[in-house]
Design a protein around this ligand. Sequence first.
Ligand SMILES: *Cc1c(COP(=O)(O)O)cnc(C)c1O
Length: 530
Amino acid sequence: MSMNTQGRPTSAGDAGTAFQPKTFTGNRALDMEEPLIFEVGHLDVTGVDLDEPEGFEPQLGTHARADELDLPGLAEPEAMRHYVRLSRNNYAIDAGLYPLGSCTMKHNPRLNEKMARLPGFSDIHPLQPLSTVKGGVELIDELAHWLMVMTGTSAVAMSPKAGAHGELCGMMAIKAAHTAAGRDPKIVLVPESAHGTNPATAALLGYKVVSIDAKDDGTVDFDGLKATIAEHEGNIAGIMLTNPNTCGLFERDIIEIAEAIHAADAYFYCDGANFNAIVGKARPGDLGVDAMHINLHKTFSTPHGGGGPGSGPVVLSDRLAPFAPLPFLRKGENGPELVETTAEVEDGEKPFGRMTAFHGQMGMYVRALSYMLSHGSDGMRQASEDAVLNANYVRVGLQDLMTLPFGERPCMHEVLFDDSFLKDTGVTTLDFAKAMIDEGYHPMTMYFPLVVHGAMLIEPTESESRASLDLFVATMRDLVMSAKRGETERFSGAPYLSPRRRLDETLAARKPVLKWTAPEPADVTPVAAE
Ligand SMILES: *Cc1c(COP(=O)(O)O)cnc(C)c1O
């Protein structure tokens, strides 16, 4: 009988026979098939126990709906089961280690959730009179204060709703500053290893993106940067640089880079998505950064992925502070005041416009402040240190078998491998990632950053225990050795054990099925007695 890594016997199949029952329902124990909600629900069923109102007269005139709306109706237990079953097919940070580099999938303390659900925060409506939400405004002000303290900056735009939205906000502030100074530079410099959102942001604002090469050690080529600045003198709006960069390395020339950019009358935008590696250790403002977004959902732990929620406040240097968008907070005699319109703007305040209809993501502000206050400055510094320690623990555990493109130097919060260790094994990079799914892991970030061939970017985060990291390292070593032994079958058809296997992504992209048609109802006729 074989044992699993917890020292317990593995499946009954292993213990005795390889028999696999063919089930009547098609389910495999906890692995249950779930139809679409449209296939479960019926219009005549509802989860609400209210009678149809009598004599109801819609006031929509000719716009009133004439036909039944074809939406599914479900009783409460049916609705619960539908979503619970679907959720069991999801991988989540609450289910296991989630090594997706650059995304910072770390534990979200439940205390934050508890605070965000306090009715005084969760029931606020954005159109409520200000006098009734003073506590909420004060919370935003306090969070803004700590963001400025941690980054060594003097202003922060709170409203952007994601990292990419924050990039747009910061770059719009930079554009407004150039315009105010009577300049109209056309170029934004972006290093090769940048996150795709950086060049996309610059392009969206009409800038031409000029790429900066990386050196062999994975950091920005400072001499190349200086040459590019000289070549485009007077026409550079700014640089968008990530630090620690997307290879998981600290840009050691960052202060010289900032000075060179400032000397060219340009601004330094820092992509702060990796701030979780340096909180409490370095302040971006001290490094010469003019604008940086902070992904509250990454660094300050809000559950994220699947498109939301996100929150990307942007801290701004003195030079950019006047251009911060509406709405913003101003110190008033009786605490913070919310400035919402250009009519309320005072001398020296030149907001470039506004990014969102209201004030941002209240629930995430509460979670972020709760995270900060419960950790304290020492706790946050330790979280950064542990994130870096854990990434290096994984690096050292794997560097003799997997390949490090930039040599065996310490990394920051994530470790970047390339796929040269798979050369001549017959196992592709994608196969390798899919085999991790059978082992119960979400794959690491694949094929990003683009600067190395077949990138595999692993970010374990500080929330993993040593035991969890040991199991992950041992699993990865087992997979690598298996690939090197030529056991290609384990990889080529993987995942074998997930509810869905390899989907035909090309077919899905070329011939998407965009219209749902009701399937034949399932045959649930009881088998007859024989
Ligand atoms: C996540 C990330 C972004 C974008 O943040 P979103 O909140 O997803 O818009 C930008 N840059 C880097 C380096 C990131 O990791």
